[in-house]
Design a protein around this ligand. Structure first.
Ligand SMILES: Cc1cc2nc3c(=O)[nH]c(=O)nc-3n(C[C@H](O)[C@H](O)[C@H](O)COP(=O)(O)OP(=O)(O)OC[C@H]3O[C@@H](n4cnc5c(N)ncnc54)[C@H](O)[C@@H]3O)c2cc1C
Length: 575
């Protein structure tokens, strides 16, 4: 499937020989010379090279291949999946029509508001918009590929609302198996146990990546672009301590051993801007080893959290950082998640049955509340009173004590269950900065030609706190966009950004150029007055593309400042 033209082999050989400094034997046609250490060095060329085979990388691979690109995906582990495959699969998307059937009110705007404000407005507004506006459509794309979701819309801890969709298959396995099957059908070349070490930059453009496989070195060259989808760095203790010195080393992590952040470091090495690197999420609902298994549920609408005094200590629908801080303050640094029999299904999100959980000792059971209190060794009277007070709050849909807002059932039908839960290091919100086309942004603020990113490796979406259930849509939405964008890039395509002064402040534009022609002008950020500025926002970009220049474009009367701001921004981009 890979395109290796004779010319590219010759160029590659010359390049490689220059790199490794050795001469070919006479009449030797070997394209895999060795370096001075005896390491074999070879080169492969395709349209798109993707680094990392988790959710973002696999979504990018499928979408690029759907566009007709030849795709190579390299994955350092013996299997694809990354954190995505061990995730709980929770996928947030506002689907107001279906939510209304369950009596839930929601909208894309409310999802935006909760995501942006839930991250203390430290994410990029445009990226958050892109995420929430595309998550439902991308869910439908996954369904078309064969992924089945449950009918019921739920929540997940830290989601702050009931807009979470769960696949029928346990944990994150469904996403990966559907994407893997499709990638195979579309001829994506997936190379396992192949670790990216360094990006290749030629004339300021990323043209490939140097990878290591079985101690050999392979240069994966990309004609259209390289997509970084290497995930976060929760498992790299040195790196997480460097960015958040207060984060204790011995807090376990929920992540796969592969979450070590090399993608971020490789991009930084060639001048990428890093954002929000000190924002590391603690998940307050893990088992003592850091994983999410071992609990009756990870939803919050039907549970209360109770400490060793038999008391609630936080509103369970809070942000994850608020919950984690509250858990750290409890004696022993753990708590019990309490629920009744109404929500017990055949299996939890990780495919564990209630009997297995009880046998393993991670869940305790009591036929009555009093019996459960004795099982978990909390004061009986206080515990029963706590549950009674909670049930009154459910009835009134008002929680005077903690101001919780998400309610569903009362805790009233025995048997009752308690899952012991701890905090664990879960998600690194920081990483490389991208724009809405998933191009990686340099420290100078410009897109780095040839380099794209999606998923947890990126750092300017979730701000200080990622909402539960927002990461999987992030990987799928931006992975899909990355694949489409890179595969859609033609030889000679460029995307430039510029800023101009409008009526309400800065106007930011993206200017797409193909072979010296302006093919698209997009206003990506502005604070202009609604309606008044609309004619200029529509007409000026259109005229610039039509005339392939800003020179003879007239301003729009009634919106002259906006017109001038767009023209200035485009000129700035073209400079
Ligand atoms: C236990 C757990 C449960 C979660 N549950 C949810 C949930 O229910 N809902 C939700 O929204 N989010 C959840 N999350 C978060 C979410 O799963 C992750 O943020 C998301 O899956 C990250 O996807 P990704 O593709 O960016 O990275 P990953 O899925 O981690 O994939 C990155 C891949 O890149 C590979 N890689 C790394 N470096 C290199 C290299 N140098 N060369 C080659 N390959 C490399 C890795 O081996 C890995 O396979 C959960 C996370 C965990 C750990």
């Amino acid at each position: 499937m890979k395109k290796i033209s004779l010319l590219s082999i010759i160029i590659s050989l010359v390049t490689l020989l220059a790199i490794v400094g050795c001469q070919p034997e006479e009449e030797d046609n070997d394209t895999s010379p060795t370096d001075e250490n005896g390491t074999e060095v070879s080169e492969e060329t395709s349209d798109v090279v993707i680094i990392g085979g988790g959710g973002a990388g696999m979504a990018a691979a499928v979408s690029a291949a759907e566009e007709g690109a030849e795709v190579v995906l390299i994955e350092k582990m013996p299997a694809i999946g990354g954190n995505t495959i061990i995730s709980a699969g929770a996928y947030n998307a506002a689907d107001p029509e279906r939510q209304a059937e369950q009596g839930i009110e929601d909208s894309v705007d409310f999802h935006f508001e909760q995501t942006y404000e839930g991250g203390d407005e430290q994410g990029d507004e445009e990226l958050v918009r892109t995420l929430v506006e595309n998550s439902l459509d991308t869910k439908h794309w996954l369904e078309e590929l064969g992924l089945e979701f449950e009918d019921e819309i739920d929540s997940v801890i830290g989601a702050m609302h009931e807009r979470t969709h769960y696949p029928v298959a346990p944990s994150g396995t469904g996403y990966i198996s559907v994407l893997e099957d499709t990638a195979n059908e579309l001829g994506v070349d997936i190379e396992l146990e192949t670790k990216a070490k360094q990006l290749i930059v030629e004339d300021d453009e990323v043209t490939g990546v140097i990878a290591e496989k079985d101690e050999d070195e392979i240069h994966y060259m990309a004609e259209d672009g390289v997509i970084l989808a290497t995930g976060g760095f929760s498992k790299n203790i040195e790196m997480r301590t460097e960015y958040d010195p207060e984060l204790e080393e011995d807090i376990p992590s929920s992540n796969q051993p592969s979450a070590t952040g090399e993608g971020i470091l490789m991009a930084e090495e060639i001048g990428a801007e890093l954002t929000n690197m000190d924002q590391i999420q603690i998940l307050p609902i893990a088992n003592e080893h850091g994983g999410l298994e071992g609990s009756t549920t990870i939803n919050i609408e039907n549970v209360v959290f109770v400490n060793q005094q038999g008391r609630r200590f936080v509103h369970e629908d809070a942000r994850r950082d608020v919950l984690a801080d509250a858990v750290f303050e409890q004696e022993g640094g753990y708590y019990y998640l309490i629920n009744d029999s109404q929500i017990i299904e055949e299996e939890n999100e990780y495919g564990e049955s209630i009997d297995e959980l009880i046998d393993a000792g991670s869940v305790k059971k009591g036929e009555t509340l009093e019996e459960l209190a004795r099982e978990i060794d909390v004061p009986e009277e206080e515990f029963v009173e706590t549950i009674e007070n909670f049930n009154e709050a459910v009835e009134a849909r008002e929680d005077e004590e903690f101001e919780r807002e998400v309610f569903s059932n009362k805790i009233e039908e025995g048997p009752f269950y308690a899952s012991i839960r701890y905090p664990s290091v879960h998600h690194t919100m920081g990483g490389v900065s991208i724009n809405t086309d998933t191009q990686i942004i340099s420290q100078e603020g410009d897109p780095i030609p040839g380099l794209y990113a999606a998923g947890e490796v990126t750092g300017n979406i979730h701000g200080t706190n990622r909402l539960g259930g927002n990461a999987i849509p992030d990987t799928m939405v931006f992975g899909r966009i990355a694949g489409q964008t890179v595969a859609g890039m033609e030889e000679g395509d460029e995307v430039l950004t510029g800023v101009g002064q409008g009526y309400g402040g800065n106007i930011e534009v993206e200017v797409h150029i193909t072979d010296d022609e302006i093919t698209q002008v997009e206003v990506i950020e502005h604070n202009e007055t609604d309606r008044v500025s609309d004619p200029a926002l529509e007409k000026i970009p259109y005229e610039i593309v039509k005339q392939n220049s800003t020179e003879d474009v007239d301003t729009v009367s009634g919106a002259t400042d906006t017109s001038a701001g767009i023209l200035e921004a485009v000129e700035d981009a073209l400079e």
